[in-house]
Write a protein of this length. Structure first.
Length: 268
C-alpha cells in the first residue's frame, strides 16, 4: 500500500459534545469483548462466539455495524492464528494454543464504537505470547504519540519502530480509519511511516489505531471468500484496536475495557 496523504479539510473535526456519544458506543463494544472472553476455550467454535456477540448487541438495544456491511453477515470478525483480519466466524473449533483477534463494531444513537483485542484458547506458545505483547505495546506507543500538533506519521513511526525493534513486521495492506457517525471516513491511519509526515492532528479528530503485527513477513493475501486476509508466509499475526479522540492534551480512548481485560494475563 502506498503512503496516503490527507488534507486537513478532508478530516472531520468533532465538537466537544460529540465525545460523550463516542464514549457510550465505545464502552458497549468494549464491554461485549470483556464478556466474551471467558468463552474463548478449546473446543468452542468461532460461530458460537459470534452468536453470543450478536445476542449481546441486540440485548443492549444497539446495532451491529458489520451485519449487512458490504454483504457481511456476522456481528464480529474473528481471526485465528495466521489470519490477519476479517476472519469469518463459523464451525471452526478452537484448539489449545490458538490465538485469535475478535473485532466488534456497534452503533449506539448513531455513534460507532469499534475495537478489537487478542485472546488465547488454552496456553499459547512462547512466540505467540510475545507477539501478543509486542502488538499491544505497539498500539499503546501509537496512542502515546497522539496530541494536537503531532502528525499521523508520528503515530505510524512509533508503532513501526517498536514492532521492528522486536524483529516483527507491520502489515501495510490494512490501516486504521476515521469514524464517528460513520463507520469509515478519512483519515487512513497507517501503522508505519516517518515522523513529522502526513496530516497534522487536531483536537476533535476521531479515528481508530489498529496495528496488525506479524511474526514473519508483512505481506498478506485475501482468500476466495473476499474477506479473510492471511499472512502469505503463514506466520502468526496479532492485532489490537482502540477508537480514540484527539483532546487538547493527548487522546481519549473510547474503548477502554471496563473490566481491565483489554490486555489480559496470558497463561504460562
Amino acid at each position: 500500500m502506498n503512503e496516503v496523504r490527507q488534507t486537513r479539510e478532508s478530516i472531520r473535526i468533532h465538537a466537544p459534545d460529540d465525545f460523550a456519544g463516542m464514549h457510550v458506543a465505545g464502552q458497549l463494544a468494549a464491554t461485549i469483548l470483556d464478556e466474551v472472553g471467558p468463552m474463548v476455550q478449546p473446543g468452542v467454535t468461532t460461530g458460537a462466539l459470534d452468536d453470543f456477540i450478536r445476542a449481546r448487541i441486540e440485548a443492549a438495544g444497539a446495532t451491529s455495524a458489520t451485519i449487512g456491511y458490504r454483504g457481511y453477515q456476522h456481528a464480529s470478525c474473528i481471526s485465528v492464528n495466521h489470519v490477519v483480519c476479517h476472519g469469518i466466524p463459523g464451525d471452526k473449533l478452537l484448539t489449545n494454543g490458538d490465538i485469535l483477534n475478535i473485532d466488534v463494531t456497534v452503533i449506539v444513537d448513531g455513534w460507532y464504537g469499534d475495537t478489537s483485542r487478542m485472546y488465547v484458547a488454552g496456553t499459547p506458545s512462547v512466540k505467540a505470547r510475545r507477539l501478543i505483547e509486542v502488538t499491544h505495546d505497539s498500539l499503546m506507543k501509537g496512542i502515546e504519540a497522539v496530541r494536537p500538533g503531532a502528525t499521523f506519521g508520528d503515530i505510524g513511526a512509533a508503532i513501526q519502530q517498536h514492532a521492528e525493534s522486536h524483529r516483527m513486521s507491520v502489515v501495510r495492506d490494512f490501516c486504521g480509519h476515521g469514524l464517528g457517525r460513520v463507520f469509515h471516513a478519512p483519515p487512513n491511519v497507517l501503522h508505519y511511516g516517518k515522523p513529522r509526515t502526513g496530516a497534522v492532528l487536531e483536537e476533535g479528530m476521531f479515528f481508530t489505531i489498529e496495528p496488525m503485527i506479524n511474526l514473519g513477513r508483512p505481506e498478506t493475501k485475501v482468500l476466495q471468500d473476499e474477506w479473510t486476509a492471511v499472512t502469505r508466509d503463514k506466520s502468526l499475526s496479532a492485532q489490537f484496536e482502540h477508537s480514540i479522540g484527539v483532546t487538547a492534551t493527548g487522546a481519549e480512548i473510547f474503548t477502554l475495557s471496563p473490566a481491565g481485560t483489554f490486555f489480559p494475563p496470558i497463561a504460562t
